[in-house]
Design a protein around this ligand. Structure first.
Ligand code: PEP
Ligand code: MG
Length: 582
């Protein structure tokens, strides 16, 4: 029987084409069949459950061993500890066995019925942290069910030369995604999420095609089906016909050849045709991302999102753990600068394993996030600042503060940093006393009233992901409003122009580290607005460099001004196309 072919559309967050077999992952509503078990077979069915639980324990041990030597070992350990505790819980085994006996049903069905009941109980818990334990329960049950059904959770199918694994998930938090960083897979698809959600950012940093906001993919697509992921056309094609498959294989080869061609630019100096140097740096999430940054010839790290060290943890990372991670990055980048951003934990990165984070709800994008959380939890901030300052003795490290919006916050920031510097000096601990301190411009208030930022900071970096979200009142993680998320909205362009111009006039280096900086379609417009420093995912750096090399800045000014004056979205798009065809 041939399966029917269909396509689904979403939001492309990382371009390119992948062809492979689907692998359904995580947090899925389990779809199991129900069948009767005769009374004389109940005990065998209960044994089947016991065996599956033993197999899952073994599977977790293997996963723990596999990850032991990697950077993620601690994260994985914490995650496995939770799963093992649940596996050892008598209510999981005994209650399920009792259900099998009472209802004369199969183990998978009994387990899912029990899971639903547990989840309902969790739902009534007021404490956010405890309530979210339901996700751990779901994951554990999913593992056992897969064992019962003969499918191991973490066995990624072997890949042949052109067939790879396509991960399909309903939703994955950045914490979930971190666990996949060491796995090979060809593409990534989720039902939820917007283009600049943090999950999308991590997906992009993996350098594979990725689509989010697919809505129903996890429900409609089955395990092991052939799928084409087209990250440029924002769609997946499930069970493609032979003709479509052949066309996409040809496109895939072309894409591979282009990627190889771009690699020839690695050593080229990043300067425009009219000799203007443009600095291209990379955004990283974990120290392991360094290797890709070096491979593409980045001039440094323009944004190290340190919050990823805090995810998948039962407790907060201590000073020494953080120090080692920061030192590894600063040493690894071989003398180039690293801009390390202080903790920006927020609503979409949380997996609530750190109970303090329960405090960021209920309107988290506007709530106790980033520097606000650090001020509310001074101990948390001090530990990180100590670790950063200690690592600054080993290379060119700069500190960047997220989400600042007012003069009092600026003052509080410097007070906190100076206090930590003072204690380190008293303790005779080495650190860079002249360490540069910068701020992210990602709240409209900071962008509009930029003068105190120019006066106080050594450099600034525009976080367009949040700036757009707050400027246009659009949740960056919500696919329902994703179509409204417009980096070239006239208001955004005016704000960007104002920020870049003000910083250039004040001779304060200004960079952009939001996702807009890594979009080659935006490169010339941004150069035309006066931007000279870009930081982006490593996977997009060479395409942006290609644009830079082929650009004559002096030819851009007029068109960039016209785009700035324009209020019609379609006209703006047409003018951007024109600037890109110069
Ligand atoms: C931004 O907001 O643009 C940014 C770079 O930071 P993050 O995406 O981590 O919020
Ligand atoms: Mg931000």
């Amino acid at each position: 029987m041939t399966s029917c072919s269909f396509s689904l559309h979403g939001i492309g967050v990382s371009g390119g084409i992948a062809i492979g077999k689907t692998r359904l992952v995580s947090h899925a509503t389990l779809d199991v069949s129900q069948y009767s078990i005769a009374p004389e077979h109940v005990s065998a069915e209960q044994d089947r459950l016991d065996k599956a639980i033993i197999d899952v324990r073994r599977e977790l041990q293997v996963l723990r061993q596999e990850m032991a030597a990697t950077e993620l070992a601690d994260d994985i350990d914490a995650f496995i500890d939770v799963q093992e505790t649940l596996l050892n819980d008598v209510s999981l085994t005994e209650d399920t066995k009792a259900y099998i006996a009472e209802h004369g049903c199969n183990a998978e069905w009994a387990l899912v019925q029990k899971m639903d009941a547990w989840i309902a109980l969790f739902g009534q818990i007021e404490d956010e942290y405890l309530r979210d334990r339901k996700f751990d329960v779901m994951q554990v049950v999913e593992r056992i069910v897969k064992q019962l059904m003969g499918k191991a959770v973490d066995s990624f199918p072997e890949t042949s030369s052109d067939l790879h694994t396509i991960l399909i998930a309903h939703d994955l938090s950045p914490a979930d995604l971190l666990q996949f960083k060491h796995r090979r897979f060809a593409a990534f698809v989720t039902d939820l999420g917007g283009a600049t959600s943090h999950t999308a950012i991590v997906a992009r940093s993996l350098g594979v095609p990725a689509l989010v906001g697919m809505r129903m993919a996890r429900q409609i697509v089955h395990e092991g089906e052939t799928v084409i992921v087209d990250g440029d056309q924002n769609c997946i094609i499930v069970n493609p016909s032979r003709v479509v498959l052949a066309q996409y294989r040809a496109l895939y080869q072309k894409q591979k050849a282009r990627r190889e061609a771009l690699m020839s630019l690695v050593r080229r100096r990043s300067k425009t045709r009219d000799d203007v140097d443009i600095s291209l740096t990379v955004n990283i999430e974990i120290p392991d991302d360094l290797s890709l940054a070096l491979k593409v010839g980045a001039q440094g790290i323009g944004l190290f999102r340190t919050e990823f060290l805090y995810l998948n943890q039962k407790t907060l990372p201590d000073e020494h753990t953080q120090f080692l991670a920061y030192r590894r990055v600063v040493r690894g980048i071989k003398g180039k600068p690293v801009i390390l951003r202080t903790l920006d934990l927020g609503y979409d990165k949380i997996n609530a394993q750190v109970d303090m984070l329960a405090r960021v709800m209920p309107n988290p994008a506007l709530g106790l996030r980033a520097i606000r959380l650090c001020f509310a939890e001074p101990e948390l901030f001090t530990i990180q600042l100590r670790a950063i300052l200690r690592a600054s003795a080993y290379g060119k490290l700069k500190i960047m503060i997220p989400m600042l919006s007012s003069v009092s916050e600026i003052e509080q920031t410097f007070d906190a940093i100076n206090a930590v510097k003072k204690t380190l000096a008293e303790e005779n601990i080495a650190f860079d006393r002249d360490i540069e301190i910068g701020a992210m411009i990602e709240v409209p208030a900071a962008a509009l009233a930029i003068t105190p930022f120019l006066k106080n900071f050594s450099f600034l970096s525009i976080g367009t992901n949040d700036l757009i979200q707050y400027m246009l009142a659009i949740d960056r993680a919500d696919e329902a409003v994703a179509q409204l998320y417009d980096p070239v909205h006239p208001a955004m362009l005016k704000l960007l122009a104002h920020v870049i111009k003000s910083a250039n006039r004040a001779k304060v280096p200004i960079s952009m580290c939001g996702e807009m900086a890594g979009n080659p379609e935006m490169t010339r417009l941004l150069l035309g607005l006066g931007l000279r420093h870009f930081s982006m995912p490593a996977s997009t750096l060479l395409a942006v460099k290609e644009r830079v090399i082929n650009t004559d800045i002096s030819a851009l000014k007029k068109l960039a001004d016209r785009i700035l004056r324009c209020t019609q979205p379609t006209k703006i798009q047409a003018l951007i196309a024109e600037i890109n065809s110069l």
